[in-house]
Design a protein around this ligand. Structure first.
Ligand code: SAH
Ligand code: SF4
Ligand code: F3S
Length: 443
């Protein structure tokens, strides 16, 4: 960091975000904190004085993306006096090693330390800085210090951290133990967003269904009920749900809250109870499927999505086939699928019976091709129906093409002569692919 670069007033900054929605929301907070001190966002790396990289460690590939991005900053740093900060999950995981191994980095901040950013820029002239402490309790960053570019749909973090220690997952080591945000702060933030005209709220946490208000002990259904009462907000979503914590009461609360979208991301990870046990997931395939039956009985139009890991250590061909059969039985509208990737600190990374890379790749390709057909069938069944869509943006290539999402969180591209960004519109579905729907404004 250059000596004397302490003022934030004329500082231009650029944030590059990897990873999940929570990282995106964290970047919105970092941006808001810096702007409140007079700094300005910049779209151009070349014009920036400060570059913050918000990192993700969930898979090897996520980490590699960060290191290759860092490599690209080398030439910029040689040309210009810029400050480079690594924040987020990789920062938390490797801490001081990052500063030692990557001299290009000036500071390292873990996810619980973002409030320190103005102080670092103002006070640590030229010194390297690191803070990766975890707070025991929720640390509230005033909500007016979140800068959102999206004016229609807003992320609202309700809890952070994870106590589940799935045997493959690094997140408990990057985000620490579960901490819940006081309900009144969440409600205040959502009310404020409603006043600003936001239509959709996405409640975020690593394990949202284990939410418990630290002040009253009230659980997720009560939070959902209160958010549902806030005027102006029309759609509520939440992510991620853990099947172990997704109770019948939560399904009932979803049905009763008319603004809760009939959409649920419920990561199963594997369709084999034996693999699930080795993953330390805390449910069997049968228990998971029973939950799906209960949910669908209550809300037959529920649109489901999931996460799958293929090639977990010791996964047999038969166990893999069981996963395919669950995909068929449930009929997910969308899945996120990954090759198992060994992560530091985790129990699974110490297992000896690794599946060879080629085999993991073959399973992933087979699974994705299998799911592609399920999605095509599902999407084809929607052709000619009229669907309510929240328009979220416009195509960059064709000014008549708009993009939005339906209640099921599926992407819909449609033609419109009028600008309908931010509005709910009725769209007649005319064609589809496996990953999106195409339509036109219904007369
Ligand atoms: N808290 C959320 C999300 C966790 S990370 C949840 O529990 O659902 C998102 C997804 O990444 C996980 O659901 C899992 O499918 C995948 N994932 C996590 N660790 C992984 C690993 N080591 N290898 C491959 N995929 C992994
Ligand atoms: Fe990781 Fe499991 Fe926690 Fe999700 S529930 S963040 S997969 S440890
Ligand atoms: Fe990645 Fe951290 Fe999110 S590891 S998935 S950015 S919680």
């Amino acid at each position: 960091m250059e000596k004397g670069s302490q003022s934030l007033k004329s500082l231009k900054f650029y944030i590059h975000t990897f990873g999940c929605q929570m990282n995106e929301n964290d970047s919105e907070r970092l941006s808001g904190i810096l702007q409140a001190e007079g700094a300005q966002t910049s779209d151009s790396l070349d014009e920036s004085d400060l570059v913050i990289i918000n990192t993700c460690a969930v898979r090897e590939k996520s980490e590699e993306k960060f290191f290759s991005y860092l490599g690209r900053l080398d030439s910029l740093k040689k040309r210009k006096n810029i400050t480079i900060g690594a924040v987020g999950c990789v920062a938390q995981l490797y801490q001081s090693q990052l500063l030692e191994k990557k001299p290009i980095i000036d500071f390292v901040l873990g996810p619980d330390n973002y409030h320190l950013i103005p102080e670092i820029i103002q006070c640590h002239h030229g010194d390297k800085f690191i803070s990766t402490k975890w707070n025991q309790k929720w640390h509230e960053i005033p909500q007016n210090l979140t800068y959102r570019e999206n004016r229609i749909s807003a992320y609202v973090t309700i809890m952070e951290g994870c106590n589940n220690f799935c045997s493959y997952c690094v997140v408990p080591y990057t985000r620490g133990r579960e901490k819940c945000r006081p309900k009144q702060n969440i409600i205040q933030e959502v009310k404020d967003l409603a006043k600003k005209g936001y239509k959709e709220i996405q409640l975020l946490g690593q394990n949202v269904n284990s939410y418990k208000d630290p002040e009253t002990g009230k659980e997720f259904p009560s939070l959902l009920k209160e958010v549902n009462r806030i005027e102006g907000i029309e759609w509520i979503r939440f992510i991620s749900s853990h099947p172990k914590n997704f109770t019948q009461n939560i399904a009932i609360a979803m049905k009763e809250a008319e603004k809760a979208c009939h959409q649920l991301h419920l990561p199963i990870q594997s369709g084999s109870s034996s693999v699930l046990k080795r993953m330390n997931r805390g449910y069997t395939k049968e228990e998971y499927l029973e939950k799906i039956v209960f949910i669908r009985k209550l809300m037959p139009d529920m649109c489901l999505s999931t996460d799958i890991i293929v090639g977990f250590p010791g996964e047999t061909e038969g166990e893999f086939q069981e996963t395919l059969s669950v995909l068929k039985d449930v009929g997910y509208a969308n899945i996120f699928s990954f090759r198992y990737s060994p992560r530091s600190h985790t129990k699974a990374s110490r297992e000896k019976n690794a599946i060879p890379f080629k085999e993991k790749r073959r399973r992933l390709i087979e699974l994705q091709a299998f799911q592609r057909n399920i999605q095509l069938d599902h999407n084809r069944s929607l052709i000619n129906s009229v669907i309510k869509v929240l328009c979220l943006g416009k195509s960059k290539k064709d000014s008549l093409i708009y993009a939005g999402r339906n209640e099921g969180n599926q992407v819909i591209n449609f033609k419109s002569k009028k600008d309908v960004i931010g509005q709910f519109v009725d769209i007649r579905i005319t064609s589809c692919g496996p990953y999106s729907l195409i339509g036109e404004i219904a007369p």
